[in-house]
Structures are given as C-alpha cells and as structure tokens.
Design a protein around this ligand. Structure first.
Ligand code: ATP
Ligand code: MG
Length: 266
C-alpha cells in the first residue's frame, strides 16, 4: 500500500509546491515508485515537472474535439486517475497533472454526495502501483484541500521562516482534527518543515525557535535554505535536484527525503 503524504498549508507561497516536487523527485531517486498529484488549480507542480500545460488546456477550448484529461476530470468523477497519470523524465516518478479548470470543480463537487471522498476513491484504485503518493495542495482550506487530507495518512506542513509564519496554523490543525475525527482516523502530522531559512538573519532563527517551541520534535531536523537555485529550477521545468544537484537547496531536499523515509517506514 502506498504511503500518501499531503503537503499543505493554506498560507500562500510558503514552499508547498517546491517541497512536493523535490520530495517526489528524491523519493523516486531512492528507487521508490512515486506519484506526484498536482491538486492545486495553479498547476505549479505540473509546470515545475515540465508537463506541457498548454497542451492539456487545449481540451477546454470551445471547439475542442479532445476530452480533458487531468485532475479536473478525476474530481468531476468522469474518469479515474490511471489515464491522467503521465510518466516524467525521471525513473520511478509519475505525475497526475492539473489545469486551472480544477478550481471550477469545487462548485460541482459541493453538490455531490462524494464530495469529501472523491480523491480517496480515485487513489484507492491505483495506489498499489506506488510506494509513495505526494499531493500538492492549494493555498486554502477548500474542499480540494480537505479531499487531500482525507486521502492522506500523513500531512507535511511547510512553514516559511518569516514574520507571520504561524498565521493560520491553528485553523489548519483544527481542520486536521475534524477530518481525523470524522473521516480519516489514520491521519497524522508527519512533520513541520522550515522553508526559505536564512541562518544569517535573526528573524529566521527566532521564527524557527517559535515553531520548535510549538511543534517540538515534529519539526524536521532539516531546514530548507533560501537558495536561488531552488527558485530558478521551476522556470526550467525541473526539480532543483535535476537543475543543480550540488546546490544547497538540492542537498537540503535530499536530506529531508531521508527524514521522511525514516519517519514513514517506522
Ligand atoms: N528554498 C527556497 N529558496 C528560494 N526560493 C524559494 C524556496 N522555496 C520556494 N521558493 C520560491 O518561493 C515561491 C513560492 O514557493 P512555492 O510555489 O513552492 O510555494 P507554495 O506554498 O506552493 O505557493 P502557493 O501557495 O501559491 O501554492 C516560488 O517562487 C519558489 O520558487
Ligand atoms: Mg503551490
């Protein structure tokens, strides 16, 4: 059975997608069969993995003759995950890409009896093919995010080591608690990841201390440094480990992956 990890934080721009993409990349490099699910209509994980988003979006043009084939249709319940999944350039790494239309499915989904469990049901059909499934979430506590939480066994919470890092975190933990009580008893916090950490600034150090005071040993020992190579890699459609494997950012994501493996293989 695959281990399903949902990378989530409703705060925008904290490093969710960067973490999902690079964790998936290094898990695959460690020879785990890995699926990255892009569950954010912004589609940053899709483009960050080099998938041609424009080609996927052609299906939604008014005179299109090809049917859509992305997470949008999976959430509408018209197709399963299998036809949506694409191979990537990397061995052991597959991706289920998304398009902006995924945002529109929330309205349809809200009317649907299976609104909470649609992703979980879709994942159940294919999880035997994978060791790890990584879900990248949108920056909201939307129905999509809740679907991610209901599907996963583990939540990975990235927090940016900047002012307001903990903003919204209590709301997120409350949502997690509700999901755990009502819909997914196996859900647990895998860990909290300090991102864009700059050890030269007292703000970064202070924020990390605060996060550690709150989450204690749930905080990963690895911190992700602010690193220009990490920021550049998505514009080339590749994870940082493929863009510059000797960069500090790549090394940090490799270390994080080892921690994730050890925490999930217990
Ligand atoms: N360690 C890092 N060093 C430098 N830049 C980074 C780092 N991590 C992420 N970034 C950059 O910060 C921005 C936000 O990162 P990312 O897209 O991963 O956040 P997110 O939480 O997924 O955002 P959203 O909430 O919009 O989905 C991106 O431009 C990304 O390239
Ligand atoms: Mg993102």
């Amino acid at each position: 059975m695959a281990k399903v990890i949902c990378v989530t934080n409703q705060k925008g721009g904290v490093g969710k997608t960067t973490t999902a993409v690079n964790l998936a990349f290094y898990l695959a490099k460690e020879k785990y069969r890995t699926l990255l699910i892009d569950f954010d209509p912004q589609g940053n994980a899709t483009s960050g993995m080099g998938v041609d988003k424009a080609a996927l979006e052609k299906a939604y043009e008014p005179d299109s003759k090809v049917p859509g084939c992305s997470m949008t249709e999976v959430m509408l319940g018209t197709i399963g995950l299998l036809p949506v999944i694409q191979e990537t350039k990397y061995k052991n790494l597959h991706i289920a890409p998304t398009t902006p239309q995924l945002a529109n499915t929330e309205v349809e989904l809200a009317k649907d009896k299976q609104r909470f469990t649609r992703l979980r049901e879709a994942v159940k059909m294919i999880e035997g093919n994978y060791d790890y499934i990584i879900i990248d979430s949108p920056p909201s506590l939307s129905l999509l995010t809740v679907n991610g939480m209901i599907t996963a066994e583990y939540l990975l919470l990235p927090v940016q080591t900047e002012f307001y890092a903990m903003e919204g975190v209590s709301q997120l933990l409350e949502t997690m608690k509700l999901v755990k009580e009502r819909l997914n008893p196996k859900l647990k916090l895998l860990g909290v990841l300090a991102t864009m950490y700059d050890k030269r600034t007292s703000l970064s150090i202070q924020v990390l201390k605060e996060v550690e005071k709150y989450f204690k040993d749930k905080v990963f020992k690895t911190t992700i440094p602010r690193n220009v190579r990490v920021a550049e890699a998505p514009s080339h459609g590749v994870p940082v480990g493929a863009y510059d494997k000797f960069s500090k950012g790549a090394k940090a994501y490799r270390d994080l992956t080892r921690e994730v493996i050890s925490r999930t293989q217990k």
